[in-house]
Write a protein that binds this ligand. Structure first.
Ligand code: NDP
Length: 287
C-alpha cells in the first residue's frame, strides 16, 4: 500500500484564493489588511521565511511592512517599534521572526506585541485563550495542520493522536487543538522512553522534532495519518543538502494511509494561516 499525499501546496492555493477575495471585500469597505514583520539579524533561513511571508501577502493583495535591524541592535529600538505598530490602526498583524539574537529576551518581545495583533498566536494571553478553547489567534503551523486534516475528512474525535515534540510554537498548541476536537492525545519528547511504542498506536501522528527522517515506517500504524512538520536537510547521500522532514518518507508511505510530503506539505500551510490570521484581525478591526 502506498499512502495518499496531503498536498499542502494545492490546499494553500485554494485557501489563499478565498483569502484574496476576503481581502478585496475588506478593501472595498475601506480597510486594507496589513502585516508588519520585524527581522533582527541576517540568519539566512529567517531571511527566506520573511521573504516568503512578505511575498505571500503581496500575492493576495495584502500590503506588509518590513523592519530589518542589524544583529547588534539595541532591544529598546525594537520594543519602541513594536509599541508604534501596536498603536497604528493601519496595522492588523505584527510578527517578530524567531529566533532572536541572544541579547534579546524573546519572551519579553512576544509579550510586547498587542494580543489583538499577535497573528503568530505566541502571546501568553493568546496561549491561555487557546487552552480555554476560545482562541483569538491559533499558531499558524498547528492551524494549518488542522485545516489539512479537515480537508481530508480525517476523523479526530476518539482517535489516538500522538504529537512528537512539545515546543510552544508547534507541539503544545497542536496537542491542544487535537484535544479540543476530542482526540486522545499523547505528547512525546526527547525524554520519552520507547518512542516507537507510542507512535505505533497513533491514528494521527504529528512529527515536530527537527531530526532528519527520525520516524521510520516501522514506527507507524498501518493506515495512520502522518503529518511531517520537520524542515531538515539530508546530511549525506545523493540528496545531501536537500530538504527533508522528520519522517522517513519512503518507508512511511508504505504503511501510512495519508501522509504530508516535505517540501509541499505543512510548510506552505503555515504561511497561508498567517495570512488568514492577519485577515481575521483586520475583519475584527472593522467590526
Ligand atoms: P523545537 O526544537 O523547539 O522542538 C523540538 C521538539 O522535539 C522538542 O520538544 C524535543 O524534546 C523533541 N525532540 C527532540 N529530539 C527528540 C527525540 N529524539 N525523540 C523525541 N522527541 C524529540 O522545534 P520546533 O517545534 O520549533 O520545530 C520542529 C521542526 O519543525 C523543525 O524541523 C522545524 O524546522 C520545523 N518547523 C516547520 C514549520 C513548517 O511550517 N513546516 C514551522 C515550525 C517548525 P524536548 O522538549 O525534550 O527537548
Amino acid at each position: 500500500m502506498s499512502a495518499r499525499l496531503i498536498d499542502g501546496n494545492a490546499l494553500s492555493t485554494s485557501i489563499r484564493g478565498q483569502l484574496a477575495e476576503r481581502a478585496a471585500v475588506l478593501k472595498a469597505k475601506g480597510v486594507t489588511p496589513c502585516l508588519a514583520v520585524i527581522l533582527v539579524g541576517e540568519d539566512p533561513a529567517s531571511q527566506v521565511y520573511v521573504r516568503n511571508k512578505v511575498n505571500a501577502c503581496e500575492k493576495i493583495g495584502m500590503p506588509s511592512l518590513q523592519d530589518v535591524y542589524p544583529v547588534d541592535v539595541d532591544p529598546a529600538v525594537v520594543f519602541a517599534r513594536i509599541a508604534a505598530l501596536n498603536a497604528d490602526p493601519a496595522v492588523h498583524g505584527i510578527l517578530v521572526q524567531l529566533p532572536l539574537p541572544k541579547h534579546f529576551d524573546a519572551t519579553a518581545v512576544l509579550a510586547a506585541i498587542a494580543p489583538d495583533k499577535d497573528v503568530d498566536g505566541f502571546h501568553a494571553e493568546n496561549v491561555g485563550s487557546l487552552m480555554q478553547g476560545k482562541s483569538r489567534f491559533i499558531p499558524c503551523t498547528p492551524y494549518g495542520i488542522m485545516k489539512m486534516l479537515a480537508s481530508e475528512g480525517v476523523r479526530i474525535a476518539g482517535a489516538e493522536a500522538v504529537v512528537v515534540g512539545r515546543s510552544n510554537i508547534v507541539g503544545k498548541p497542536m496537542a491542544m487543538l487535537l484535544l479540543a476536537q476530542n482526540a486522545t492525545v499523547t505528547i512525546c519528547h526527547s525524554q520519552t522512553i520507547d518512542l516507537a511504542f507510542h507512535t505505533r498506536r497513533a491514528d494521527i501522528l504529528v512529527a515536530a522534532i527537527g531530526r532528519e527522517r527520525m520516524i521510520t515506517g516501522d514506527m507507524i500504524k498501518r493506515g495512520a495519518t502522518v503529518i511531517d512538520v520537520g524542515m531538515n536537510r539530508y546530511s549525506s547521500g545523493p540528496k545531501q543538502g536537500k530538504l527533508c522532514g522528520d519522517v522517513d518518507f519512503d518507508t512511511a508511505r508504505e504503511v501510512a494511509g495519508l501522509i504530508t510530503p516535505v517540501p509541499g506539505g505543512v510548510g506552505p500551510m503555515t504561511i497561508t494561516m498567517l495570512l488568514a490570521n492577519t485577515l481575521e484581525s483586520a475583519e475584527r478591526a472593522l467590526q
